[in-house]
Design a protein around this ligand. Structure first.
Ligand SMILES: Nc1nc(=O)c2c([nH]1)NC[C@@H]1CN(c3ccc(C(=O)N[C@@H](CCC(=O)O)C(=O)O)cc3)C=[N+]21
Length: 299
């Protein structure tokens, strides 16, 4: 694979996510049979951004299919921070709710950190609570939940047979929700990790050394063929909207990686869409199942 003239194997995130969702569905059914209860996920959405509405619809459908109960609370863009905090607190206290997700981004007048920190640690299925993130960085401390997108990246690598131990991993991007936690998780998997960001000198030279590339910079097609070592595994987290007149919506989704060119040298590569995106939702269900199992079965 990845030899001269050959093409990278495409990692099918949609298929891997479907497998995981089927496994989760079975586990939910087992919980229900043994305890008469199922995991529950609360989704809080503030305002009516069309992209947020789409993601929330997909999450809800995924819950339904897996047998996970979902609760929805939608408030207008003009709601106050106190109102959102109150909703979070009511789900914190609800024994049928095992996971709480506050859809991001929040309107500018709300303090995102304050709202995320109000979510009970035991229900933080997004893994965004500062304590859960902090534990990721410490030896001997396991977070209750890992953030869904970077966890999805690691699971994609593992399920497609990429050995991580001792490998050079380069993470492009240092965001709280993807780059930083992805780097920490790969370190826990015994990779040697380098994080490349907007102030890095000569990022191409560093990325070219990578056996594993996690592209999470938010810049369409910034990773080119001559940035990639032959045989490298590439996980593309980018979800950039670019104009496309042939689409109904007028735009299409594209990654941070120039897929056409890079797949000529990479060993394995994820597409966008159909790569990391579906895994984000599968990991959300997985975290909700874990949380529900802890609460319902006590393990
Ligand atoms: N509290 C919170 N938690 C999140 O996990 C969260 C969030 N806020 N805000 C927005 C981002 C984005 N996100 C995605 C989920 C699924 C796809 C996904 O399934 N994408 C499909 C395609 C979707 C399409 O075509 O529009 C794919 O890549 O194949 C993408 C992105 C979760 N997010």
């Amino acid at each position: 694979m990845g030899g001269r003239g050959s093409k990278a194997a495409v990692i099918d995130g949609k298929a891997i996510a479907a497998d995981i969702r089927a496994e989760i569905k079975e586990e939910v059914a087992k919980l229900k049979a043994a305890h008469g209860r199922v995991p529950g996920l609360a989704v809080v959405i503030v305002g009516s951004r069309p992209d947020s509405a789409t993601y929330v619809r997909m999450k809800r459908k995924a819950c339904d299919e897996a047998g996970i109960r979902s609760f929805h609370e939608e408030v207008p863009e003009t709601a106050t921070e106190a109102e959102v905090l109150k909703i979070v607190q009511s789900f914190n206290a609800d024994p049928d709710c095992h996971g709480i997700l506050v859809q991001l981004p929040l309107p500018k007048h709300m303090n995102e950190e304050k709202i995320l920190a109000a979510i009970s640690l035991e229900k933080d299925v997004d893994g965004f609570h500062p304590l859960n993130i902090g534990k990721l960085s410490m030896k001997g401390h396991e977070p209750l939940f890992m953030p869904c997108t970077p966890k999805g990246c690691v699971v994609l690598l593992e399920r497609s047979g990429v050995e991580l131990r001792g490998k050079n991993a380069v993470v492009v991007g240092r965001s709280n929700i993807v780059g930083m936690p992805a780097a920490l998780m790969l370190m826990k998997k015994d990779c040697t990790v380098t994080v490349v960001h907007s102030r890095t000198k000569d990022p191409q030279r560093i990325v070219r050394e990578a056996d594993v590339i996690i592209a999470a910079a938010g810049s369409a097609h910034m990773i080119k063929k001559n940035w990639v070592k032959r045989g490298a595994a590439i996980i593309d987290v980018g979800t950039n909207s670019v104009p496309d007149a042939s689409k109904k919506t007028g735009y299409r989704l594209t990654g941070d990686v120039d897929f056409e060119e890079c797949s000529k040298v990479a060993g394995k590569i994820t597409p966008v869409p159909g790569g990391v995106g579906p895994m984000t939702i599968a990991m959300l269900l997985s975290n909700t199942l874990d949380s529900g199992r802890r609460a319902i079965a006590g393990k």
